[in-house]
Design a protein around this ligand. Sequence first.
Ligand SMILES: C[S@@+](CC[C@H](N)C(=O)[O-])C[C@H]1O[C@@H](n2cnc3c(N)ncnc32)[C@H](O)[C@@H]1O
Length: 187
Amino acid sequence: MGSLRECGVHCSCGLECVNRTTQRGIGVRVKIVRDLKKGWGLHADQVLNRGEFICEYAGEFVTTEEARRRLQTYDELASTNKLSPALLVVREHLPSGKACLRVNIDATKIGNVARFINHSCDGGNLTVVLVRNSGSFLPRLCFFAAVDISEGEELTFSYGDTRLRPNGLPCFCGKEACMGVLPSEET
Ligand SMILES: C[S@@+](CC[C@H](N)C(=O)[O-])C[C@H]1O[C@@H](n2cnc3c(N)ncnc32)[C@H](O)[C@@H]1O
């Protein structure tokens, strides 16, 4: 996972500033496509170039305690196909190496198209970047194209390490590297 600093509230520049790439909304064409096994997924609706900003993972920022509570409910509902949860947990190791910042973003009820991005065991074609706007405490989670992407191709990233929870839901990413199980949070 990468990290990036952008201009923020205290900078005198406007949205046209070259250092506000992720603050202008979604500037590329994407479409939501249904897959029989994975449900809805996000696909490129144009050629995307490596390094291009795709979208932010918008959602509710929740505390770890609240995330744990929600994950328990979501797991139960997901196991009976009653819900497609989209609570993403990201850990950023601080430079000291002694602590890590945990960010929980729940797009299950409030979010944008990023909540339709499915998992791929090979890491997918998107790079996840933690973006800090100067003056803001919380980082935002943004997706950039990790490679050149063709029109129609599904956009995917890795939800995490499957080994953390070997008895999760089945994965249908279809990649050679597929672990057979969808990564999910335990804590
Ligand atoms: C963030 S949502 C992605 C959008 C979701 N497919 C939908 O229809 O709303 C995460 C959920 O999508 C499904 N999903 C994502 N990637 C998958 C994969 N590789 N194999 C099977 N199901 C997947 C799982 O149900 C997972 O809980």
